[in-house]
Design a protein around this ligand. Structure first.
Ligand code: ADP
Ligand code: IOM
Length: 357
């Protein structure tokens, strides 16, 4: 433990020395916070170091902190709450705010295709994360728990109706070629992510990890990557209504079979604080050559609409051929429907701007 305390004490200095680091961890991890929390542990044994190690090792993290168990969010609230407030603009967990109840808004959906001629939008995707009740997050899971969870999820997915019907493919035994193709086609999570590795989240890999998808790969479920489940709906083009309706159907069906962890104030629980609340990330793969020419400016324009810009292969990747992944940034303090609407309305504005430029 003395070793770990020393690492924690050194962390603010390490982060502070890297002037290229823009992580939220760097912004809020002060020596004061470390001194307050360095000897604390959750009931399951998670320390502050377990939460921050990924961001300390990877100073280029966007956020840099993960919760090994649900209790970490409150036990280490001096570091988690300011980061949550900063990331989920407008939501004040520090001030006592509660994330609103789930509202998928099926009866309100009206998102006509913002690019009916297919000039800009290549594909549309909406995902959400879910954690199984009774299990901690990655760093505290045993090998047996990974296997048990995989079994439970596989059983629940088996027998999904209609368009959602598909097959579960475990990573164990999957050929490297198949895995690479699924990653290159944007269907599967990557392997060996250094941010998750440093968070102690890749233990026993590939045990318990896998992907479920329907025949057309428009409905997918990732099992035991960053979160226990990532439920995904995606397709080519800009028909967000079809994509979101399919996601709602999938979430509702899976929720009938599996109990998920939800907190009164934090909403649906996830490993990373950026995903709490609705857990919704609605995105388009889009080409906007004029307004994305100056990347810093593009990020600023997107931020005006509460949008986040990622590279073509997702988080921590670069754009290939001018294709960007643009999504809603915040997931807490608003409903599921409003998170998707925020992305939709922002994209409509970005396309208008591109056409005017
Ligand atoms: P997540 O979305 O689950 O937070 P990533 O940012 O790593 O994680 O993205 C996961 C994968 O989803 C990547 O391969 C990324 O390219 C792909 N992706 C995201 N949005 C879209 C989209 N609109 N169309 C196609 N692929 C997408
Ligand atoms: N969700 C997580 N992968 N991410 C925010 C990592 C980071 O801090 O960059």
């Amino acid at each position: 433990m003395a070793d770990v305390v020393k690492k924690m004490e050194e962390a603010p200095g390490i982060l502070g020395k890297d002037d290229k680091s823009h992580s939220l961890l760097k912004k809020y991890l002060t020596p004061d916070v470390v001194n307050k929390l360095k000897n604390t542990k959750t009931k399951m044994g998670a320390s502050l170091w377990d939460c921050i190690q990924s961001g300390v090792i990877n100073t280029d993290s966007g956020v840099g902190i993960y919760a090994p168990d649900a209790e970490s969010y409150t036990t280490f609230s001096e570091i988690f709450y300011p980061i949550i407030n900063d990331y989920h603009i407008g939501f004040d967990i520090k001030g006592g705010a509660k994330h609103p109840p789930m509202d998928l808004g099926l009866d309100k959906i009206n998102f006509p295709n913002p690019d009916p001629e297919g000039k800009y939008i290549i594909s549309t995707r909406v995902r959400c994360g879910r954690s199984l009740q009774g299990y901690p997050f990655n760093p505290l899971l045993t090998e047996q728990q990974y296997k048990d969870m995989e079994g439970k999820v596989k059983d629940a997915l088996n027998g999904l109706p209609g368009e959602l019907a598909g097959t579960y493919y475990p990573l164990t035994g999957m050929s490297k070629d198949t895995q690479k193709q699924l990653i290159d086609d944007h269907f599967l999570f990557k392997e060996g992510d250094r941010f998750l590795e440093a968070a102690n989240a890749n233990r026993f890999w590939p045990t318990g990890r896998g992907i479920y998808h329907n025949k057309d790969k428009t409905f997918l479920v990732w099992v035991n990557e960053e979160d226990h489940l990532r439920i995904i709906s995606m397709q080519k083009g800009g028909d967000l209504m079809a994509v979101y309706k399919r996601l709602i159907q999938g979430v509702n069906e899976i929720e009938k079979k599996l109990p998920f962890s939800r907190d009164e104030r934090l909403g649906y629980l996830t490993f990373c604080p950026t995903n709490l609340g609705t857990t919704i990330r609605a995105s388009v793969h889009i080409k906007l050559p004029k307004i994305s020419k100056n990347l810093d400016e593009f990020h600023k324009i997107a931020a005006k609409y509460n949008l986040q810009v990622r590279g073509t292969s997702g988080e921590h990747s670069e754009s290939i051929g001018g294709v960007y992944d643009v999504s809603n940034k915040r997931r807490m303090g608003l409903t599921e429907f409003d998170a998707v609407k925020e992305m939709y309305e922002g994209i409509v504005e970005l396309i208008k701007l591109e056409e005017k430029s």
